[in-house]
Design a protein. Structure first.
Length: 192
């Protein structure tokens, strides 16, 4: 990720999440163009981990801000959480799929469609509302919290886990730690 607050830059949460979206779509392109099954699997695992980190961080810090500051924010957040749930279920299927099977690329294509739709909704509708209703300094602060949350978030899809701020802030770091231990033990590639 090129945009980071650790260098003291003025990057806000919208910049960070938009950059995440671009990285995810780029990873999908790399999966589709990967020459071998092993590389395809590694890239898919990296994508899954990145999407999980992004989604959990949104649910912890961005969705509460939308609910608190954006008109009709509660309904928007409920819609987003449902989309996250659908994406997590799809990633669980992708995690189990064999890269040599046609179903693998079908799942990658479906994931691309869902992620693109979700990102487009956020970037065209919600992100401008965040900037309209929340002061820039607060958006920068939320961005820092999002970056920190991504470091602790789960790296594997957990379809039965609730998409809630409370769950992610209390149980999530433990789940994330277990995921990282499993990633190391199995040699699973999960990016950073």
């Amino acid at each position: 990720m090129s945009d980071t607050n650790s260098a003291g830059t003025n990057v806000d949460v919208v910049d960070i999440l938009t950059s995440d979206h671009q990285d995810m779509i780029a990873l999908i392109g790399q999966i589709k163009g990967a020459p071998g099954e092993s590389e395809r699997r590694d890239l898919a695992d990296t994508l899954i981990a990145e999407v999980m980190r992004h989604a959990v961080a949104e649910e912890m810090y961005v969705y509460p801000a939308i609910e608190d500051h954006v008109p009709d924010g509660h309904n928007e957040v409920e819609h987003d959480k449902k989309e996250h749930g659908d994406i997590v279920k799809l990633m669980k299927q992708l995690e189990k799929a064999e890269p040599a099977e046609a179903a693998f690329l079908e799942l990658v294509n479906e994931l691309e469609a869902q992620l693109s739709h979700h990102a487009k909704d956020e970037e065209a509708d919600q992100f401008p509302k965040l900037r309209e209703h929340i002061p820039h300094e607060k958006l920068v602060d939320i961005g820092k919290k999002v970056e920190n949350a991504k470091k602790l978030a789960p790296t594997r899809p957990h379809p039965s886990a609730p998409h809630s701020e409370l769950f992610h802030k209390t149980v999530g770091p433990g789940v994330g730690m277990v995921d990282r231990i499993l990633d190391k033990l199995t040699g699973r590639h999960t990016g950073s």
